[in-house]
Design a protein around this ligand. Structure first.
Ligand code: F6R
Length: 628
């Protein structure tokens, strides 16, 4: 939620910050704003709506103002996903102190904001917005005035930020600039992402490395409760009490082109097309010389994993659906019971956890607050936590006992596609690792499944090559009121995922069901022409499963449904019941979601486009959900 960028250096900062915001707009797009220090003055401009509105307004600003904004070499910028206060010009960030000398941008929620606001108002300050963020600007200005013993303006601003941050409760990333410290940007973080980009004679701050990847691939990860001061020459990190702290340097292994559309109409289409590569990258280097699975960061011993008597998977949205698929594989391969929980519900139902519970937290962003809170709850109960994550250095892997990174590269479209597919790959690897460490599968058995997994990128490539009829079908379905999805076994989570994609992108009523559940109620939804997408398991797997779903297809067809059947090559039994047949290559039963999910992504994307929606930035959503 909310994208944040800061720059200080020798170049005009506005363009750099706007480019960064463009790359972060997936995080929130309710409003956008910038603050630039130029000619010894602080200028801000902010606008409701997408970044384009701000850019248009910048073009229309009075000439003198525009010049100062365009040449200043210190700036911060923000793209917002509204929490406190509606998405209006007035509530857009940056927010200013009463004297107009300090500007602040913020990601997160300040939970004690009502108390702080009352205290500030009692001193006679009038608020210019309905946001929690504005409190920070006023507190910073007051702290600055108090700290006149510090001669260095940048360090004085950092000290003011430490004092202010210590008073805040909740989750926040904050960036601030001040007219009194023109060559500095300060930042603070608690439970919300902030990374530093290290340049030559210039430095950057951002919620995500994508914002500065064009300029530098050297980054510094900040810890919890830290304040950072950047000037053109230096990066100084302290904790909230002022003690010097060290950030963790890392190198970004993808470049700016990975965060561009590369000729596709939407990021989503590009990311769908990147899936075979992302799967192969996630598999690469995972198999050790003796056939063992290699995790990235393991602070768990094999004995810890042998002691596991229960697995919980916690995740949200699409990542939760990946977890539902993982349950089938983990239980089948390890014989250890595995439960899958929505992260937002997990800690509230007081789950039974102890040292021998393994909690697997799945998150593309590594910052989803619901998942983070579930992870922390698990750790408090002494459970071991293993993260599956796509974002290096993010909070969830940092706080976990072990990590398996999905090497999906940046996912910019709000709807998760390659993240989902690579999460599935990682889940399979975790299942195999557990099975092997616990002595249930031998190294050669693990290697055999890895071999099957290695064939799946090519299978996805084949699916992608055959998507033209799906595109045509999508145009045809664009006017439908409801689309239903049914599946059994691992096809059931795929049905849920297909429905989620359609809801979030096309704003249509869509629901996924376990095919066997239809007759217990939902079948009443089916009327003449109602599209039902049926995910059919391999007839080469458990035959009874296949036969049951063929019966379910007949049941819905008998009630007027228009059936869209996803079935593997050579499955002749489904042909006579399919109004539309989408063929996928033969894949082992447990791995089938890797191929069957792909046509559903394309279908949702194309239906949304046909309905004229913004595919990459669907309404009301944000890519990284850092509030509970
Ligand atoms: C849907 C989607 C979301 C995310 C969910 C979890 O397409 O993208 O449902 O899967 O918000 O996000 P992460 O994986 O970042 O924790």
């Amino acid at each position: 939620m909310c994208g944040i960028v800061g720059y200080v250096g020798g170049r005009p900062a506005l363009g750099i910050v706007l480019d960064g915001l463009r790359r972060l707009e997936y995080r929130g797009y309710d409003s956008a704003g910038v603050a630039v220090i130029g000619d010894g003055e602080l200028r801000t401009l902010k606008k409701a709506g997408k970044l384009g509105n701000l850019e248009k307004a910048l073009g229309e600003t009075a000439a003198g103002d525009t010049e100062a904004i365009r040449t200043g070499a210190t700036a911060i910028g923000h793209t917002r996903w509204a929490t406190h206060g509606g998405p209006t010009d007035r509530n857009a960030h940056p927010h200013l102190s009463a004297d107009g000398r300090v500007a602040v941008i913020h990601n997160g929620i300040i939970e004690n904001f009502a108390k702080l606001r009352a205290e500030i108002e009692a001193c006679g300050v009038e608020f210019a917005s309905d946001t929690d963020t504005e409190c920070v600007a006023h507190l910073l200005a007051a702290a600055w005035a108090d700290l006149d013993g510090e001669p260095d303006p940048g360090r004085r601003l950092a000290a003011a930020m430490r004092r202010t941050a210590s008073r805040l409760e909740g989750a926040f990333t904050l960036l601030a600039v001040s007219t009194d410290a023109p060559g500095a940007v300060v930042g603070a973080r608690r439970n919300s992402p902030l990374v530093v980009g290290r340049g030559a004679g210039e430095n950057y701050l951002a919620s995500d490395v994508a914002a500065f990847i064009e300029h530098t691939r050297d980054a510094v990860e900040l810890g919890q409760d830290q304040v950072v001061l950047i000037t053109p020459e230096a990066i100084e990190i302290t904790d909230f009490r002022g003690a010097e702290a060290a950030g963790k340097d890392f190198h970004i292994d993808w470049d700016a082109s990975a965060a561009e559309k590369g000729g596709y109409d939407y990021f989503m289409l590009k990311e769908i097309a990147e899936q075979p590569q992302a799967m192969a990258d996630t598999l690469r280097g995972r198999l050790g010389e003796t056939g063992e699975i290699l995790l990235d960061e393991v602070r768990l011993s094999d004995q810890d994993l042998r002691d596991v008597d229960k697995v919980f998977i916690v995740a949200c949205g699409t990542a939760y659906h990946a977890g539902l698929v993982a349950k089938y594989a983990i239980e089948h391969w390890t014989r250890v019971p595995c439960e899958v929980e929505l992260a937002s519900e997990f800690r509230y139902r007081d789950p039974v956890l102890d040292r021998s519970t393994l909690v697997v937290a799945i998150s593309q962003s590594g910052e989803t607050m619901d998942t983070l809170m579930a992870l922390r709850h698990a750790k408090e109960q002494k459970a071991r936590v293993l993260a599956i994550c796509n974002t290096n250095g993010s909070t969830i892997p940092r706080e976990s006992d072990a990590v398996l990174y999905t090497h999906g590269g940046p996912e910019v479209a709000v709807a998760s596609t390659k993240a989902f597919i690579t999460q599935l790959v990682a889940c399979y690897l975790v299942g195999l690792h557990l099975a092997q460490v616990r002595g249930i599968k031998y190294a050669d058995e693990v290697a055999a499944v890895v071999h099957q997994l290695r064939a799946t990128p090519a299978a996805v490539e084949t699916v992608l090559d055959r998507m033209e009829p799906v595109r045509e079908l999508a145009r045809d379905l664009a006017a439908s009121r409801t689309v239903l999805f049914i599946g059994r076994h691992v096809g059931y989570p795929v049905a849920l995922e297909g429905a989620l994609k359609l809801k979030e992108l096309a704003y249509m009523h869509a629901e996924g069901f376990a095919a066997g559940e239809l007759k217990h109620g939902p079948i009443a939804l089916i009327d003449q022409g109602c599209p039902v997408v049926c995910i059919v398991p391999s007839p080469a797997g458990r035959g009874v499963l296949h036969d049951k779903i063929v019966s379910n297809i007949q049941e819905v067809r008998a009630r007027g449904a228009r059936t869209i059947v996803i079935a593997e090559e050579g499955d002749a039994a489904v042909e006579r019941y399919a109004d539309h047949l989408i063929r996928v290559p033969r894949t082992p039963t447990l791995l089938a979601p890797l191929v069957t999910a792909v046509p559903l992504q394309v279908l949702a994307c194309e239906i949304a486009a046909a309905r004229g929606h913004d595919v990459d930035q669907p309404r009301n959503l944000a890519k990284s959900v850092t509030v509970e």
